[in-house]
Design a protein around this ligand. Structure first.
Ligand SMILES: *Cc1c(COP(=O)(O)O)cnc(C)c1O
Length: 419
């Protein structure tokens, strides 16, 4: 469910017609619906209604825009961060430090120090080597870090390989069967308090079975650790729940089904559960609004050349991802076309042989479900400034990130003294 709907034949974001945003702010531009974000938080919370005081830590990497984070902060969410930069953005948006979990396989000593100085809630460690570094950094500051190990349960999440993270030879976490030794070792290190266990097996999960299998293994580990004398207070079940991108394929499990599975598996764990949803909160809450530059004849189907490129929305090129593509003011005709951007790469293709609304030069087109892993992955390839973002709330809208002018790109370069 989202709030991008047609009214009088024109797609609106809540009560704002998209052509108005395009006319005033230009294209391409990401547009977010605050009501959709709020709705998804409500649905996720309701799905966990039977869980005592869960911490819902939004995965900042999916959409780190300040307006998005501030919306979530007001709704009481925490944050899952994977860099010092994300940590600072979460704090700046008003997310309290104690609701922040620091994940990621490559935290530096500087990032650890920042997390400790800010008093974040928990570090999710991915190796013993990392635990040793955090122990040194925390001891030097005379503080104790609450830590969990992210365990790798050796479960194939069945999603795209580039976003599968829980197979034995993926880079993430420590092998679950080596976890008891790792906790025993950490218990001897100064400055660390092992309080929890964490797991995250991948993203855009469309089947609950792999998560269930992973959580069952985590439950067994918690029992093993407790039997060995550790006090386990938290279990971080990660994120990963998928969202519907393609209306023609079966929808991923609902948050309600996910919540029921979680409550079934975790009954009796006696821990505080942490969740790290990203995509399921913001995915359907954003679109990428773009304008057709021209329609070019192709060998078979025509090429619809739009003013958004793979630099603005990387997912189709990176993951072969499918985005629904809709005309903002459809005329009722359809055609089969290839939708491409202006970038000088064949990979700059959003869709091939797609049945879609017929469009002509100048028409507006929306890439749906672009709120997660959209703007945050944008880059400036082909010397295109970073794409702007707007947020709508009812009949109001505001630019929440400026379009990056080419002058800013040029000004960031430096000439060496000999030129
Ligand atoms: C990316 C990531 C998430 C969020 O994944 P979604 O699929 O967006 O829900 C959560 N936790 C960790 C550790 C991640 O790397």
């Amino acid at each position: 469910m989202n709030h991008f709907e047609f009214k009088d034949g024109v797609m609106h974001a809540e009560d704002v017609p998209l052509p108005q945003i395009a006319a005033e702010a230009g294209t391409p531009i990401y547009v977010y619906s605050a009501a959709t974000i709020e709705r998804h938080v409500r649905v996720f919370r309701e799905a966990l209604a039977g869980v005592d005081d869960p911490l819902i830590a939004f995965a900042v990497k999916s959409n780190p825009n300040a307006a998005v984070l501030a919306t979530l902060a007001r709704l009481g969410l925490g944050a899952d961060v994977v860099s010092g930069g994300e940590l600072r953005r979460a704090l700046a948006a008003g997310i309290p430090a104690e609701k922040i979990v620091f994940s990621g396989v490559g935290k530096t000593a500087e990032e650890m120090a920042l997390g400790l100085d800010e008093g974040i809630g928990q570090f999710n460690l991915e190796s013993l080597e990392e635990a040793e570094t955090l122990s040194e950094v925390a001891s030097a500051r005379g503080v104790t870090a609450r830590v969990a190990f992210r365990v790798n349960p050796d479960v194939d999440a069945g999603t795209h390989s580039k976003i599968s993270t829980g197979r034995a030879d993926d880079k993430f976490g420590i092998a679950i069967d080596r976890a008891p030794d790792a906790y025993a070792r950490v218990a001897t290190l100064p400055g660390l308090d092992p309080v929890g266990v964490a797991v995250h097996i991948g993203s855009q999960l469309t089947d609950l079975a792999p998560s269930r299998a992973a959580f069952l293994r985590v439950g067994q580990l918690i029992a093993t650790l407790r039997a060995a004398g550790h006090t386990i207070l938290t279990a971080d079940l990660g994120g990963g729940l998928g969202v519907p991108y393609n209306p023609a394929v079966p929808a991923p499990p609902t948050p309600a089904a996910y919540g029921a599975m979680v409550q079934d598996v975790t009954a009796g764990w006696n821990v505080r559960l942490i969740f790290e949803p990203g995509r399921v909160i913001v995915g359907n809450a954003g679109i990428l609004l773009t304008r057709v530059i021209r329609v070019k004849a192709g060998k078979n189907d025509p090429f619809v050349v739009v003013d958004a490129g793979m630099n603005d929305l990387l997912r189709p090129s990176l993951y072969d991802a499918w985005h629904d593509i809709q005309a903002v003011a459809p005329q009722g005709e359809h055609f089969r076309a290839n939708i491409v951007g202006p970038i000088c790469e064949t990979g700059d293709t959003f869709a091939r042989t797609r049945e879609m609304d017929q469009v002509v030069a100048g028409d507006l087109v929306a890439f749906m479900t672009a709120g997660a892993y959209g703007a945050t992955m944008a880059n400036t390839y082909n010397s295109r400034g970073l794409v702007p973002e707007a947020m709508v709330s009812e009949d109001r809208w505001a630019i929440v990130r400026d379009r990056q002018p080419i002058e800013a790109l040029i000004a960031a370069d430096r000439l060496p003294p000999w030129l």
